[in-house]
Design a protein around this ligand. Structure first.
Ligand SMILES: Nc1nc2c(c(=O)[nH]1)N[C@H]1C(S)=C(S)[C@@H](COP(=O)(O)OP(=O)(O)OC[C@H]3O[C@@H](n4cnc5c(N)ncnc54)[C@H](O)[C@@H]3O)O[C@H]1N2
Ligand code: MOO
Length: 391
């Protein structure tokens, strides 16, 4: 089998997720519950912003030439009665509505106040016009935008109480492997499960709703099929499995997927480490992401396939990878893409970490992400490389 290229795998998985997402309804949630979710449609301004002419200073809203007689005061939060006569003014607070008929606004620090108010107003006039930021009906943000606190503030400022969002995908984690311990010290052929404790946390940082990990699931085909069926019954949109992606004597993932009539979206990717990674679609539109058992390889699979899958499922674009400058050389991996663990140097460049073997987690635990070294190339100090960030 020729593995698909890493770039093509990301695109294929993203497209598969997006196809499923296109058929799903959005949900309306209160602003307070929308942080981190994805806009299901464009955010359209309900009102112009500002919605009324607004003073940007504390001072006097004046009409005509000065000096001016003070006829009242307008504070923020009240409707303003018009200024009808030349030579009059009202005291005005920052954020207050500018009365109709105002010629300009004089800053309090530029005003001489006795029986009348005198002074020279500054140019340009110091108020914000209706619609200066946006018109009613204007598209402020496209569908697929991640709702950040900034988005929530913008939505609130133009009148939204709720937002139409794509619900966060629910993701199950199933850990395979008879050799795994869930407590105590490793030894005598047993290793600690290092994926159950970390995969849900990465998923949560990616905006998914992770279920607690299930397993270790015994190394039988029946137990594998049962575990996958149970995860489907919990309503998981994506099921991440760990281990069993190869064809060893107790690697049951592929036969279990066949038993569930799953179809591969990608099966093996030309990337090191982690090439046995896969994503398969179940007949009802759920996905299984097979993460290899070697712990670092599993996380390479998570950032390579699960990140684009979740982006597709939530209507977000395929994440664009930012270039970083390498602070040291990074070897290539022949015809495969190399995802090399890197950390940020004090100078701001990114350099490879020691203890970066596929079975190791020491490097990963202090990494910023993976530098992407394309096939048939190597990274040199001072060159740029795309960074796949750890979430
Ligand atoms: N004949 C070949 N054997 C292997 C190849 C190969 O090309 N030919 N590739 C190797 C590579 S690369 C990887 S990656 C692994 C993938 O193996 P599986 O996904 O089938 O995973 P397992 O065999 O179950 O486990 C591999 C390794 O990882 C340890 N492991 C598994 N789960 C956990 C966990 N939750 N926490 C900590 N460690 C875990 C497991 O004990 C094994 O040491 O296949 C290679 N073999
Ligand atoms: O590709 Mo495996 O994932 O090197 O350890």
């Amino acid at each position: 089998m020729t593995p698909i290229s890493w770039q093509d795998a990301r695109a294929a998985v993203h497209a598969a997720g997006a196809k499923v997402a296109a058929g799903r309804p959005s949900v309306a949630v209160p602003l307070a519950e929308a942080d981190g979710l994805t806009l299901a449609g464009p955010l359209v301004a309900r009102t112009p912003l500002p919605a009324f002419p607004t003073s940007s200073i504390d001072g006097y809203a004046v009409r005509g030439a000065g000096p001016w007689k003070v006829t009242g005061r307008i504070l923020a939060g009240r409707p303003a009665a018009p200024l009808t006569d030349d030579g009059t003014c009202v005291e005005i607070a920052t954020g207050a509505m500018v009365p109709e008929g105002t010629t300009t606004i004089l800053r309090v620090e530029d005003a001489t106040v006795s029986a009348l108010v005198e002074g020279t107003p500054r140019a340009p006039r110091e108020w914000r016009d209706v619609g200066e930021e946006c018109a009613a009906g204007e598209e402020l943000l496209p569908a697929g935008t991640t709702v950040t606190p900034g988005v929530l503030g913008l939505a609130a400022s133009c009148g939204y109480d709720e937002l139409a969002v794509v619900p966060a995908p629910r993701v199950a984690t199933i850990v395979f492997g008879d050799e795994l311990l869930t407590a105590g010290d490793p030894g005598d052929g047993r290793v600690r499960d290092a994926l159950g404790p970390q995969v849900p946390g990465w998923l949560r940082r990616l905006g998914a709703v992770p279920a607690p990990p299930v397993g270790p699931v015994p190394d039988t085909l029946e137990a594998h099929v049962d575990a996958l069926r149970s995860a489907v019954e919990t309503g998981a949109d994506v099921i991440c499995t760990t281990g069993g992606t190869m064809r060893g004597p107790v690697d049951h993932l592929h036969p279990a997927l066949a038993a569930l009539d799953a179809e591969y979206v990608v099966n093996q990717v030309a990337v090191r480490p982690g090439f046995p990674m896969l994503v398969a679609a179940l007949p009802d539109g759920r996905f299984v992401a097979g993460l290899p058992g070697n712990p670092q390889s599993a996380i390479v699979a998570l950032v390579s396939l699960v990140v684009p899958l979740l982006a597709g499922l939530t209507g977000r674009p395929l994440p664009v990878l930012s270039p970083v400058t390498l602070g040291a050389g990074v070897p290539g991996r022949g015809d495969y893409t190399h995802l090399a663990l890197v950390a940020q140097d004090p100078a701001g460049t990114y350099s490879p970490l020691p203890h970066a073997g596929s079975s190791m987690l020491r490097g990963l635990s202090r990494a910023a992400g993976f530098a992407v070294i394309p096939p048939r190339s190597e990274g040199t100090s001072g060159a740029t490389a795309a960074l796949v960030p750890l979430p």
